[in-house]
Design a binder for this molecule. Sequence first.
Ligand SMILES: Cc1cc2nc3c(=O)[nH]c(=O)nc-3n(C[C@H](O)[C@H](O)[C@H](O)COP(=O)(O)OP(=O)(O)OC[C@H]3O[C@@H](n4cnc5c(N)ncnc54)[C@H](O)[C@@H]3O)c2cc1C
Ligand code: SF4
Length: 339
Amino acid sequence: MNNFSYTKAGDIGQAIDLTNNNTGNKIVAGGTNILDLLKYFVTEAETVVDINRIEGLNGLTEHTEGGVRLGALMTNADTAYHPVIEQKYPLLSKAILAGASAQIRNMATNGGNLLQKTRCYYFYDPVTACNKRVPGSGCSAKEGYNRIHAILGHNENCIAVFPSDMCVALAALDAIVQISGPEGDREIQFADFHRLPGDTPEIDNNLKQGEIITGITLPAETFSEHYSYLKLRDRSSYSFALVSVATAFTLENDLIKEVRIALGGVSHKPWRVKEAEQFLTGKAPSEENFALAADIILQGASGFQHNEFKIGLAKKAIIRNAAMALHPESQRPGAKPSL
Ligand SMILES: Cc1cc2nc3c(=O)[nH]c(=O)nc-3n(C[C@H](O)[C@H](O)[C@H](O)COP(=O)(O)OP(=O)(O)OC[C@H]3O[C@@H](n4cnc5c(N)ncnc54)[C@H](O)[C@@H]3O)c2cc1C
Ligand code: SF4
């Protein structure tokens, strides 16, 4: 870790000024990711800017017209266990609780969760080539150990995946990210927040220099009747997803009225394919239909030496999670859901 100064931003304007005027100044919220990046020399800081004292970035606000706003500094634990989230947005609660550990969720903030870095081993190892850490240096994962890597949306520059669980549910729920920056306030639709690697794999999202996430808005549609988050991983806790699926739908006359399916652990951003959701709309929630939707979602999927298995795993996960969403009570341990 390099030597750095530490300062507490008193308000949002100060945090924006400090980070906008100097790219060496880094925001810290819960610190569960940025401090590791500093410790492993993946990144350096001139000044670490602590935003935890800024007022108005915490807590949950219910909108009168439906929907809620989650503060950027609200912790993952407070969000997952908030009665409004548990009752109205159980998909989000379930996805958050599938991530990390109780201790980390107590520290991790909602804003930080959106901005966490990939868990690609080579990214955290400064002696290896990594285009995300050092642009133009190459990608060690392509020919290396790539078991946890992408099967969708990757290119020759980077095959890393975005590791968040929370963000898979936020993608399915059509959340909106609220931002303040040097040019004022703006919002980004969740689908447009994270990026594919393209020619700039070092850029994970569309936040601009000096911009701060202030909150996340969840729309009025809560999908609290039919939802499920399925996370498949090497260990049953404290492990990132190999493949995860957030599924939510509403039914009318036993047919699918509206459906959302988002995948995690498979790409550089949460993966959602609108054509698959359109295909399912108006159809019966049957295994056959979800299998066909899975084929649409996984169109163009390709793996590497150690992660080809993820393609078949993702298809099975999509079908299984649809059954779980149809019968959320089946998610209790030991239950065997079927469509
Ligand atoms: C051992 C371990 C296991 C984990 N397992 C999982 C898992 O299974 N699933 C999962 O989803 N996550 C997992 N995580 C990741 C964890 O959820 C993230 O580290 C956490 O959400 C980051 O939030 P934070 O507040 O600590 O962010 P910080 O570390 O404080 O910041 C992260 C990044 O966001 C920036 N930042 C933070 N807040 C803002 C803001 N409001 N505006 C602008 N920039 C900001 C920081 O500058 C930094 O670049 C794990 C982490 C660890 C250490
Ligand atoms: S996959 Fe991306 S993060 Fe991993 S080594 Fe390659 S460029 Fe770096």
